[in-house]
Each structure stands twice: as structure tokens, then as C-alpha cells.
Design a protein around this ligand. Structure first.
Ligand code: NAD
Length: 256
């Protein structure tokens, strides 16, 4: 039973086996949803299922394939009314215009942008009868520039735009669509950048000091915002991208 609506409800979360997606799955489970977690990492899906319990239902698949979303959607609908869909899966690799590797460019677009477009498409088709709420994972890279973020930033800007677009297309059918824009979050993705750095401690300081709050964001701090946007508490929030960055994009120059 969903604690908020009082009826059985399911949620699909993509990229649910690690990092922010796993925290979102845990938060939605805590709020009474059954959660279908779509991810391409079988080992991490199994660990997540063992840790979170059998109301977390793993589905193995790649978000760049429509069939993976359809599989997750059918799995959720078999168990309870599909109420929430979170397009969270994403990858980040350094790219610049001058040195662009076409294969890397297409890989990032396939997962981040096409994966989100396909998730929205499948979710909307399933939610048209009874409504629902979609939340997409953007980033502060959609708002401000960072080094070597040419393709990643493009995909996150696209996610903000498609979120607005879907919101106005589907609102009259009771479907809301919003996004969240995190700063630097303490996840395996961020850790992979730290591991690859010449001076990981210096990079960690740089990430932390990006935020006036001066630490990394914990995944649960993003998950709570996603769960709020997905819930009836956010019933009149639609087409919005909510920035969760401890004030990083609020400041225009370094400030202690
Ligand atoms: P992560 O790498 O720690 O976890 C991502 C999960 O998505 C993994 O379980 C991975 O297996 C899965 N995944 C990746 N590609 C997939 C695919 N094609 N199909 C299915 N599953 C796939 O990443 P994270 O840091 O938790 O990031 C999650 C989302 O948040 C991403 O969209 C990312 O762009 C966004 N984000 C992250 C940060 C950050 O600082 N970590 C900041 C802003 C936005």
C-alpha cells in the first residue's frame, strides 16, 4: 500500500542498483511503494535485492532499449498500479568538442537522453488511464558549464527540455513530469572520477567546495526530493527542474 494514496502502487526506478537510483528505490519502498529496479548491472541488482528485500523487484536491461522499459513496466503493472516512474540511469565521460570521440558521444546520448525519452514514452502509455508521476534525473550541468562536459551537459539540458515538454503534453491526463538537478553526489560514479584523478584528495575538496555547504551531497538527499516530487504532496508542481546543489549555482564567484 502506498502510505500517501492508501492504495497498492508500484514505481519503476532506472539505474536502481547503485548510487542515487538505489537510494531512490529505498526511499520509495519506505513510502509504501513496490519498486521495480531496472539496471544493466546484474551483480549490483542482486545485492540491492538482498539488501532491500523482496518488495524490490530487479529487472535486468539497458535503458537505451525500449524493450527493457516495457519489461520493467509490465513487471510493475503485474504487481500493482503503476504510479511513479523515475528515469535516473545515466553515465558521464569526459568530452570536449575539439577532441570528440563519436562512439563516446553516442554512448552518453543513448543512455542519458534516449534512455530518458524511452522511459517517458513507456511510462506515459501505461499511466494514461489513471495518471501518475514521472521524475527525470538532470544535473547542474544543464545550468552551468564544467570542464569536459560537452556531451553530458547536452544530454542534461535535453532532459530539462523534455521534462517541460512532457509536462504540458500530459497534464490534462493526470500525469505530472518533473526533474531534479543534483550537484556532486557521493556515489560510485563520482568515486570513479576520484579514483582516476592524479590527486583524488584535491579533487574531492574541489567537489565539496563547489557547494557552499562544503561537502558532497548524500544520495538520500536527492532521493527525498525525488520521492516528494513523485508524491501527491507535489500535486501542483509540473514541468519543474528542482536544483539540489547546496547553493552551488546560486553563487556567481568564489565565496568562503
Ligand atoms: P552510478 O554510476 O553510481 O549509478 C548509475 C546506475 O545506473 C548503475 O547501477 C548503472 O549500472 C546504471 N546504468 C548505467 N547505464 C545504464 C543503462 N544503459 N541501462 C541500465 N542501467 C544503467 O551513478 P549516480 O551517480 O548514482 O548517477 C545517477 C544519475 O544521477 C545519473 O543520471 C547521473 O547523470 C545523475 N547525476 C549524478 C551526479 C553525481 O554527482 N553522482 C550529479 C548530477 C546528476
Amino acid at each position: 500500500m502506498s502510505r500517501l494514496s492508501g492504495e497498492p502502487a508500484s514505481a519503476v526506478v532506472t539505474g536502481a542498483a547503485n548510487g542515487i537510483g538505489r537510494a531512490i528505490a529505498e526511499e520509495l519502498l519506505g513510502r509504501g511503494h513496490l519498486v521495480v529496479g531496472l539496471d544493466r548491472d546484474q551483480a549490483a541488482l542482486t545485492t540491492t535485492r538482498d539488501d532491500l528485500g523482496d518488495r524490490f523487484v530487479p529487472v535486468l536491461g539497458d535503458v537505451s532499449e525500449r524493450a527493457a522499459h516495457e519489461d520493467a513496466c509490465a513487471t510493475a503493472q503485474q504487481r500493482a498500479r503503476l504510479q511513479v516512474w523515475v528515469n535516473n540511469a545515466g553515465i558521464e565521460k569526459p568530452t570536449s568538442a575539439a577532441t570528440l570521440d563519436d562512439a563516446v558521444m553516442r554512448a552518453i546520448i543513448d543512455v542519458n537522453l534516449i534512455g530518458t525519452l524511452l522511459g517517458c514514452s513507456v511510462a506515459v502509455a501505461a499511466m494514461r488511464e489513471q495518471g501518475g508521476s514521472i521524475v527525470n534525473m538532470s544535473s547542474i550541468h544543464s545550468l552551468v558549464g564544467f570542464p569536459e562536459s560537452f556531451v553530458y551537459a547536452s544530454t542534461k539540458g535535453g532532459i530539462d527540455a523534455l521534462t517541460r515538454q512532457l509536462a504540458i503534453e500530459e497534464a490534462h491526463r493526470g500525469i505530472r513530469c518533473n526533474a531534479v538537478r543534483p550537484g556532486a553526489v557521493n556515489t560510485p560514479l563520482t568515486q570513479s572520477f576520484l579514483d582516476a584523478a592524479e590527486d583524488p584528495d584535491a579533487l574531492l575538496r574541489e567537489y565539496a567546495e563547489l557547494h557552499p555547504i562544503q561537502r558532497l551531497i548524500e544520495p538520500v538527499e536527492i532521493a527525498r526530493v525525488v520521492a516528494f516530487l513523485a508524491s501527491p504532496d507535489a500535486s501542483f508542481i509540473n514541468g519543474e527542474s528542482v536544483t539540489v546543489d547546496g547553493g552551488a549555482t546560486a553563487r556567481c564567484f568564489a565565496y568562503p
